[in-house]
Design a binder for this molecule. Structure first.
Ligand code: ES4
Ligand code: ZN
Length: 336
């Protein structure tokens, strides 16, 4: 498309990218051998990187994907593994015009296997510094809590003194809530969000991905979140949608993710036009780029092909994403 160079050049911010979801099959196999981690022998998908890559084209649901995502993480052991993973992401996303990234990671998925938060954060921080220096890409880091585990597990993970020290130092900017959404209502994690609010942290939660639009209003009211991750089902409830528009809360939409995990049938079903018309703020994000077949520019391109947006609309989307970012005013002004 003649529009491609324009999309490439737009100053892009993403707010919804799980670093563990940037683990490519090639790096997964490299790290498995480097760390002597054995992959499941009873699943032919783990026969080779290309077999795994092919399996990723056939996810049937969020939980089907999450099973692979958590197995994949088992190869991440050392600080340098986390650095290599994040650096691979920064290089690939920067080649598509990424300027600023707000990254999620899942501390419980690592501490549960004996890998401590400091190993994870130090590795990511090394890659983030390098991305800033060598690529001019700024970034922020947010731990997410896993909603397939009991809320008490999340609360003790949140209160981990090592994690608390990273909040206090500013290495971690906020808290998020992710993993299996169906039948795990946001309000069960209220205690974490209340404590996070008292610490002055940013707050966000996955809501309205597979779950109902009511989970979006529940996250806003019960958890007092500053942002909603996904919110693709919000268009089904015009009343809640109008309230989100009125509040100016930003959704971090993930179009390719929604198609691959079958939350929608195709990109055309992502309510991009509905949200533009209703004045709902949103950014466009890659979610788990190594699993969903594309980085941020791929998501921009597919949205453009489906919706034929004007340059004015793209400029509006990018400005909304900059203003909705959690970086300081000075960085926003550089990006605008
Ligand atoms: C996720 Cl796509 C998605 N949804 C919920 N939790 C997640 N963790 C990583 N990717
Ligand atoms: Zn996500």
């Amino acid at each position: 498309s003649p529009f491609h160079p324009l999309l490439q050049a737009l100053p892009k911010c993403e707010h919804h990218m799980h670093i563990e979801g940037a683990l490519s099959p090639d790096l997964l196999f490299d790290l498995a051998s480097r760390n002597d981690v054995s992959l499941p022998g009873n699943d032919e998908s783990f026969a080779s990187p290309s077999a795994l890559h092919n399996r990723y084209k056939r996810f049937t649901s969020l939980d089907d994907f999450l099973q692979y995502y958590y197995i994949g993480m088992s190869v991440l052991i050392n600080e340098s593994d986390f650095e290599d993973l994040a650096w691979d992401y920064f290089q690939k996303a920067a080649s598509g015009g990424l300027a600023h990234a707000e990254l999620f990671f899942d501390p419980q998925a690592h501490s549960g296997r004996g890998v401590g938060v400091s190993t994870v954060v130090r590795g990511f921080d090394a890659a983030r510094r390098r991305a800033e220096e060598e690529l001019g890409v700024s970034s922020l880091l947010t731990p997410c809590f896993l909603r397939h585990l009991p809320a008490e597990d999340s609360l003790s993970a949140f209160r981990d003194p090592v994690l608390q020290q990273y909040f206090a130092s500013g290495s971690l900017i906020g808290v998020g809530l992710d993993s299996s959404e169906a039948d795990n209502p946001p309000k069960l994690w209220r205690a974490i969000f209340e404590e996070a609010g008292k610490l002055g942290l940013k707050k966000t939660a996955h809501a309205g991905e597979e779950g109902p639009p009511e989970y979006v209003s529940e996250a806003l009211e019960e958890l007092q979140v500053d942002r909603i991750d996904h919110g693709v089902t919000l268009a089904r409830n015009p009343t809640i949608m109008k309230e989100v528009a009125r509040k100016g809360v930003m959704l971090s939409l993930c179009p390719k993710s929604n198609v691959v995990l079958r939350c929608v049938q195709n990109i055309q079903q992502v309510p991009i036009r509905t949200y533009l018309d209703a004045g709902v703020n949103f950014s466009i994000n890659s979610d788990d780029p190594a699993y969903f077949g594309g980085y941020i520019l791929d998501n921009f391109c597919e949205v453009h092909e489906a919706f034929d947006l004007s340059l004015e609309e793209w400029t509006h989307i990018c400005k909304t994403a900059i203003e909705g970012s959690w970086c300081g005013r000075a960085r926003k002004d550089e990006l605008l």
